[in-house]
Each structure stands twice: as structure tokens, then as C-alpha cells.
Design a protein around this ligand. Structure first.
Ligand code: G3P
Ligand code: CA
Length: 332
């Protein structure tokens, strides 16, 4: 594994904290060697949600590149599969919210009104143009053409930028609805591990977090031999049950962290301490300057609440430049 596929980004679990001094010195040397982002005075991280999606259409190579340039520590692709089993970067299992699939393949709509990536080959997906999802953001009718990247293209972009800038950003891929994909004859986990392994992401210190809402997938990845850092995403619906002390004790069996919705932490700030006691990092989602929840007047107010007061280890944001500036602000 080379320098650009590993970062010492994980909080150590209590059971491995009693390492010999020589190992601690090695860890510090590795930390210093791993790139500029590791020299910052904080270990808290910025995760670019769907790329720098506040500025450019989500899940495009342009949005990922901008996120890298803005200093994101990790860049998030959401992953779905095509009919021929290729991993591509799209938020939904269907394509109609962010592409022109309705124009290009009008007869491929399912009875539920959606066009699914799993119904198209990669060659067909490549014919689609991606547009902005939200009306208040990048013009939805821009003549600039964006396309759906493969996961391999996303990784090569990030690793290329790591090399040319000398700053290592990690990747934070989410496997979207693996149970649905498996039912459709498209098991994701094996294809995912083969691909990230090919690009050097191996072992517990790799510059990657693998995220999923489905615990069974994180368990399956471990059963397949993966030692990559894993994060269990937790939504509002089952959030209270999934963040009890007993539930977090179970999660430690297959996860290195949790990714709760930010409203869960607002409702129960003690989740952070419970997770930390188990050695789990906490990375809530999603922080948006143009969709602020009350009582926050600015994104920075909200960032202060979560990074500084609630003590989270990182967070997903559509505006990675703002979170970067917040973490790098002068002390005092
Ligand atoms: O993966 C963290 C967050 O992105 C989960 O929500 O729907 O934006 O993928 P979503
Ligand atoms: Ca996601």
C-alpha cells in the first residue's frame, strides 16, 4: 500500500491503546509522513458529501475534484450497480432525479415511474447527462456536460489529485441498498472489495471509510475478510434503538464508527460519549449552508455546535470549504 492509500485517521479503540512506546513513535512518524492534512492541529475530519455538492452537481468528477481542492479529508461517492455489475457513483438506485434518463431511454421506465441503474448497462449509463438536483444550486439547464462516473474513475481522480497536489484525501464510499441489489442478482460487497483492493485500499489504516445503512453488509464485508474501517449509518427511524449502549456494543463487532443523522445527536447528545466509550468515531450527516435547521443562523454556528460542543470526530457536508475553514481557524 503506498502513501496515498493510507491515513492514520482512526481513533484507537480502548483495547489497543496500550501499545508499546516504540509503536507509538512509529505511528507519529507515519502520521507526519502521510500528507499535509495530517499536520493540522486537529484530528477532526471534513467529509465532502457527494463531492462539493453545494457548488457543482453531486457525484460528478468535477464535484469530487473541487472537494479535493477545497481541502476535504475524505470524499464521498454513493455507489449503485449497473445491469452488467459495474459500480457507478449515483445517490439513488434510480437515475431520474439527477440525469436525463427519461429523455435518453423513455421506454425503460418501470411501472413505479422510475428508471433504475440496475436496468441499464454501463455503456448505456455513460450516455446520460447529469444535472443538478436542487433548484437553488448549480443551474439545472447548464450547457456544461457532466456524466455519471464509475467508482474506478472516482478513485483514479482522487489518487491522481493526491499525487499532483501532494495532499492525501481519502474516500468514503457508501454501498446503497445492498439487500435490494442482491435480490436483483447484483451482489455489491464482492465487487466492491475487489475494486478497492485493486487500488490499494487494504487493512485497517487505509484512507477509506466504508459506510452503509445495512449492518448485514458491514458484517458480510468482515466475513469476506475486509479489515477496512467501516461506519454504520443510522437514520432517524430506528436511531433510538441503534444508539443504545447495547446496540453500540454489538456494532463494535463490525464497525469502527457510526454515521448518525444530525437530528439524532441533537435529540440525544450523549450518543457521542456512548460511541466514544466503545471506541467508535462519530460522523453525522448532512451539513448544508442553504438548508439550515433552527436555531442556526449560519453554517458555522451549526459546525461549532457539532465539532466543538457535541465533540463529533467529523461530519458530512455539501460545503467542505466552509468546514475546512472552520477547523483551520486560528485558536482563540
Ligand atoms: O452517507 C451519509 C449520508 O450521505 C447519508 O445520507 O442519503 O445523503 O446518502 P444520503
Ligand atoms: Ca451517502
Amino acid at each position: 500500500m503506498d502513501r496515498q492509500t493510507r491515513l492514520p485517521h482512526l481513533r484507537l479503540r480502548p483495547k489497543v491503546q496500550a501499545v508499546p512506546v516504540i509503536a507509538m513513535i512509529s505511528l507519529l512518524v507515519l502520521t507526519a509522513a502521510a500528507g499535509r492534512c495530517q499536520e493540522r492541529p486537529t484530528s477532526k475530519i471534513v467529509i465532502a458529501h457527494r463531492g462539493a455538492s453545494g457548488y457543482l452537481p453531486e457525484h460528478t468528477l468535477a464535484a469530487y475534484a473541487l472537494a479535493h481542492g477545497m481541502g476535504a479529508d475524505f470524499i464521498e461517492p454513493d455507489l449503485v450497480m449497473t445491469r452488467d455489475g459495474k459500480l457507478v457513483c449515483v445517490h439513488d438506485i434510480h437515475l431520474d432525479s439527477t440525469t436525463d434518463v427519461d429523455q435518453v431511454f423513455p421506454d425503460r421506465k418501470r411501472a413505479d415511474g422510475h428508471w433504475y441503474a440496475a436496468d441499464l448497462t454501463l455503456e448505456e449509463v455513460r450516455r446520460l447527462a447529469v444535472h443538478e438536483r436542487l433548484g437553488q444550486r448549480f443551474p439545472q439547464t447548464s450547457v456544461a456536460r457532466f456524466s455519471v462516473p464509475t467508482f474506478a474513475e472516482m478513485i483514479e481522480l482522487v489518487q491522481g489529485l493526491n499525487r499532483t497536489t501532494g495532499r492525501t484525501a481519502g474516500i468514503y464510499p457508501e454501498l446503497k441498498e445492498p439487500a435490494w441489489h442482491r435480490e436483483a442478482g447484483l451482489p455489491m460487497e464482492e465487487a466492491f472489495l475487489e475494486l478497492v483492493g485493486r487500488y490499494g485500499y487494504e487493512g485497517p489504516r487505509a484512507a477509506i471509510f466504508v459506510q452503509c445503512f445495512e449492518p448485514a453488509t458491514l458484517e458480510r464485508l468482515r466475513a469476506l475478510g475486509s479489515k477496512l474501517p467501516q461506519v454504520l449509518l443510522i437514520g432517524d427511524e430506528r436511531g433510538a434503538q441503534q444508539t443504545t449502549d447495547d446496540a453500540l456494543a454489538l456494532a463494535v463487532g463490525y464497525a469502527n464508527g457510526i454515521g448518525p443523522s444530525k437530528s439524532l445527536l441533537e435529540a440525544d447528545p450523549e450518543i457521542v460519549a456512548r460511541a466514544h466509550r466503545r471506541g467508535l468515531v462519530v460522523h453525522p450527516y448532512t451539513f448544508r449552508a442553504d438548508d439550515l435547521p433552527p436555531p442556526y443562523k449560519t453554517l458555522e454556528d451549526e459546525l461549532k455546535r457539532f465539532y466543538s460542543e457535541l465533540g463529533v470526530d467529523g461530519l458530512f457536508t455539501d460545503f467542505p470549504d466552509r468546514a475546512r475553514r472552520f477547523l483551520d481557524r486560528p485558536a482563540g
